[in-house]
Design a protein. Structure first.
Length: 332
């Protein structure tokens, strides 16, 4: 089958079109004929080598954490979804940039009325957004939320979910002043430039601060996030986009100021509580299809443009969701 992968870690240019064996579903697994593959920053990290060297078939690794398409075959013990059904899936071991992908049934759900192109951007992004907000962040109705990397896939999904779950105000930070104009489009009350957000948050909250900070950036941004917490506020760490050195939090500072730091990693959840991913994915697909959650259509690009897509993601020149269109298999 055709796929896009890399044999050595490096820049976007290491990605190439390759031929690899079509996978066969094992017990408890589903084989999906891929129509669309979502693009995530974790796939940039995968390509750069932050998760190790390539060790897949023929020495290649195939990125891709989320796909949509049609069920092509079922492994033993799988009773649903049915062969021929349109589904979306989270792929914890990557492999989505390909004509076929195999994954445990726990991470596969029918798309219902949601178009396949839209569904491809859901399985990693929305379970992560639900997880950081509800599982790790313990969001309560009436609270104020600050979301870093606000224009990205998880950030924009989290903004909509927070609003739907009763957040009073939702703020975000972005990397450049040009992106602050996207606030209304992405569902925020306001967007701030990330390097200047601390004073802006204090001003807009009249000095109180925010109840919940969602932070995939790390480093100085995470330190500043702690400083803008309201009493009993929480910072949820779920990434390291800034590639900063490790940091420490003073437990006395947390204790004396009623602050909490939590972590969320979807890969760890997939290993230890896989049903949680499936539950969040089902909830997201249903809410998006019904209109309960507003949804901006993704940017759809040919899979042959994968190098340029990675280049744009690495440079921070994207907002919203981008999905790759794999030819064949009824993509539409």
């Amino acid at each position: 089958m055709r796929a896009y992968g890399f044999k050595s870690n490096g820049g976007p240019e290491v990605l190439e079109e390759i031929q690899v064996p079509t996978p066969t579903p094992g017990p408890g697994q589903v084989l999906i004929a891929v129509a669309y593959a979502g693009v995530n920053f974790a796939e940039v990290q995968h390509r750069r080598g932050e998760f190790g060297e390539p060790d897949g078939p023929g020495g290649y690794d195939v990125p891709g954490l989320e796909v949509s398409g049609t069920v092509a075959a079922l492994g033993s013990g799988v009773t649903g979804p049915a062969v021929g059904e349109q589904v979306a899936a989270y792929l914890p071991a990557f492999g989505g940039y390909a004509e076929f992908a195999v994954v445990d049934a726990d991470f596969v759900r029918p798309v219902g009325a949601l178009p396949l192109a839209h569904a491809a951007g859901v399985p990693c992004v929305y379970p992560t957004a639900y997880g950081v907000l509800t599982d790790a962040g313990r969001l309560r109705e009436g609270e104020t939320v600050l979301i870093h990397a606000a224009a990205g896939g998880v950030g924009s999904a989290a903004a909509r979910i927070a609003r739907a779950r009763g957040a009073a105000r939702v703020f975000g930070t972005v990397g450049s002043a040009t992106k602050t104009r996207l606030a209304a489009e992405l569902g925020y009350d306001a967007l701030f430039v990330r390097d200047e957000f601390e004073d802006a948050v204090r001003e807009v909250t009249a000095g109180r601060g925010v109840d919940l900070v969602l932070d995939p950036v790390g480093g100085p941004v995470r330190h500043a996030g702690l400083r803008v917490l309201a009493p009993f506020g929480r910072v949820v760490s779920y990434g390291d986009l800034g590639r900063d050195t490790d940091w420490t939090a003073d437990v006395w500072d947390l204790w004396k100021n009623n602050r909490t730091v939590a972590g969320y990693n979807i890969g760890d959840v997939a290993r230890r509580a896989p049903a949680t991913i499936g539950e969040h994915l089902s909830r997201a697909l249903s809410a998006l299809a019904s209109g309960e959650l507003p949804y901006a259509p993704p940017t759809v690009v040919p899979s042959s443009d994968v190098v340029e897509v990675h280049r744009r993601h690495e440079a921070g020149r994207t907002h919203g969701k981008t999905v790759l269109a794999l030819t064949g298999h009824g993509a539409g």
